[in-house]
Design a protein around this ligand. Structure first.
Ligand code: SF4
Ligand code: SF4
Length: 172
């Protein structure tokens, strides 16, 4: 190796040492998501009317209706959707068609697992995801969800549009 080549190699080595990393330190630093990104679904189970529209429209056959034994007067069939995230293509159709708008996309995308069974969510598991979502975005839900959250501000934005607060990695 000539002196010039050695100096070049040294130059590249030194500049790379002081450069900022080009990759994000995931999962220590969560990746930014877009405002309208469609992540994992959540379900406001208590307000589901069991109409089965989500089940019928799902193009990926990812939804099946499951008995919930809650006997809500507004849910005559006493059933709600269970979602298989192994099949879901996150198209958003179920959320769009739902008459009482109780299916909400979250920004969660890191749901992969080694066990396929863990990606089959019952209505009750989807409700747990919904509770996390409400807690995280309680100032940004639509009127329907806000009715259950006394401290929330009266905005009319759909939960799919839940605005993520600007962060260093996700500036607005
Ligand atoms: S997002 Fe699309 S694929 Fe996923 S459950 Fe809903 S309708 Fe089915
Ligand atoms: S989630 Fe919505 S579309 Fe699906 S059964 Fe319940 S109310 Fe109907």
């Amino acid at each position: 190796m000539t002196v010039i080549e050695t100096l070049k190699a040294l130059y590249y080595s030194l500049t790379n040492i002081v450069k900022k990393p080009v990759t994000l330190m995931y999962p220590d630093k969560p990746l930014p998501t877009f405002k309208r990104s469609r992540g994992m679904l959540s379900l406001d189970l208590d307000n589901c009317i069991g109409c089965e529209l989500c089940f019928r429209i799902c193009p990926a056959d990812a939804i099946r209706m499951q008995k919930i034994n809650l006997n809500f007067p507004h849910n005559a069939r006493d059933e709600a959707p269970a979602i298989d995230f192994n099949k879901c293509i996150f198209c958003g159709l179920c959320s769009e068609i739902c008459p009482p708008q109780v299916l909400h996309h979250t920004h969660r995308f890191d749901i992969s697992t080694a066990d396929r069974a863990e990606l089959m969510y019952s209505p009750f598991q989807l409700k747990e995801v919904f509770k996390e979502l409400v807690e995280k975005h309680k100032d940004e839900f639509d009127v329907h969800v806000k009715a259950e959250i006394p401290s929330a501000k009266p905005e009319t934005q759909n939960s799919q549009d839940a605005v993520q607060k600007p962060t260093e990695t996700n500036p607005k």
